[in-house]
Design a protein around this ligand. Structure first.
Ligand code: GLY
Length: 374
């Protein structure tokens, strides 16, 4: 039996009334997941959903832990990659989960990154009109963002995440050990979403990232846990105040409207990872805010310097894109979920640590800006 030091774990609560849940951050959580999940289960039956890459490293320890807690289990292993997040794969996943004999009290367990989490969450939201699920995020990006807050969904031909539901998990287990098997590029992509919290609402945290970012990316346990906990704490507070993104939750989309357009332009392929697209999107937001006279150029330069030091792309040219794609980028932005009455909503910075929602971004300025963005 593994001895667990509670001191190297932290537990946060997402305060959502009867849908409230814990986020636990720390090492060895997969090894002890059975004991963590059991108290939030209605029936000792779990269906673990994972992908082929994650399964190689982390499925066996999770299965052993569920078995040790006397939880009956099935497993569904998906192909890895964003392509899996479509209706076709969702249909197959739903069929496989139903074939496991689930009942309303069964629990889905998402063991993986954002794709597995979003698909499994959407399956939980829809199968039998809603069953419980647990998130065990295995990328930094999923640990600091996508596994928390209940956004679930799949991609449609018309755009990313256009089919989905707000549906909260019963528990999130962010096991920091899993990050040791994560490729560095994926780690950095997740780091961009971590820095995002500093950029939108906490200048102190951004300054901490400037000092400790390298230690975090070298997987030093204390900075890593601090950054995940701080990110999750901010996300939990924002989600508790605005679960369905009717107000300030939109700030969490900083860099995402530009970023999604860049991902569309690169075909949602490994050429540009989501977190990399968000890093670039945040840089574009700083540059656009400077053009509109909303933020001083020096603020964006400081953010760009930090991202560049960690090895993240900070210019369109870094990923082989340029302003030549301006019209197409604008068209992609027009398909964003945040479009209202045909108007593009952007999250823009006033300075590091202070972002706001601009509901009606001036399209002409945006077009001219994108045409010269480099
Ligand atoms: N990733 C943004 C949100 O969860 O609202």
């Amino acid at each position: 039996m593994t001895t667990v030091l509670e001191t190297d774990r932290e537990r946060l609560r997402v305060a959502l009334g009867e849908r409230a849940y814990d986020i636990v951050v720390g090492p060895r959580l997969i090894e002890t997941a059975g004991g963590e999940i059991l108290p939030v289960m209605c029936r000792r039956h779990a269906v673990v959903v994972t992908d082929e890459h994650v399964a190689q490293h982390w499925l066996k320890p999770l299965q052993a832990s569920l078995a040790a807690a006397d939880i009956a289990q099935h497993t569904v292993v998906l192909p890895p990659g964003e392509e899996t997040k479509d209706l076709d794969h969702f249909g197959r996943l739903a069929g496989e989960i139903l074939a496991c004999g689930i009942e309303r009290g069964s629990m889905l367990v998402a063991l993986g990154g954002g794709v597995v989490g979003d698909l499994t969450g959407f399956a939980a939201a829809t199968l039998l009109r809603g069953i419980d699920f647990v998130q065990i995020p295995t990328t930094l990006l999923a640990q600091v963002d996508s596994s928390v807050g209940g956004k679930t969904g799949i991609n449609a031909a018309a755009g990313k995440n256009l089919i989905g539901a707000f549906y909260q998990p019963r528990l999130v287990l962010a096991d920091t050990d899993v990050l040791t098997t994560l490729p560095r590029r994926e780690l950095l992509a997740g780091y961009a979403e971590t820095v995002k919290y500093g950029l939108i609402r906490d200048a102190e945290f951004f300054a901490w990232c400037e000092r400790q970012g390298n230690a975090l990316c070298a997987l030093q346990p204390d900075p890593l846990r601090y950054a995940i906990v701080t990110s999750c704490r901010m996300k939990a507070a924002v989600v508790a105040a605005d679960e369905r993104e009717e107000g300030d939750r939109a700030l969490l989309n900083f860099g995402h409207t530009f970023g999604h357009a860049l991902e569309s332009e690169t075909g949602f392929s490994s050429r540009l990872l989501h977190g990399e697209a968000v890093a670039l999107g945040m840089m574009l937001a700083f540059d656009f805010a400077a053009r509109l006279g909303i933020a001083a150029a020096a603020e964006g330069e400081r953010a760009r310097r930090h991202f560049a030091e960690t090895g993240l792309p900070t210019r369109l040219a870094d990923v082989g894109l340029s302003g030549a794609a301006a019209e197409r980028l604008l068209a992609h932005m027009g398909k964003d979920k945040k479009v209202r009455d045909g108007k593009i909503t952007l999250i823009l910075p006033r300075r590091i640590g202070d972002a706001f929602v601009m509901k009606d971004a001036p399209a002409d300025e945006l077009r001219a800006f994108l045409a010269t963005a480099a």
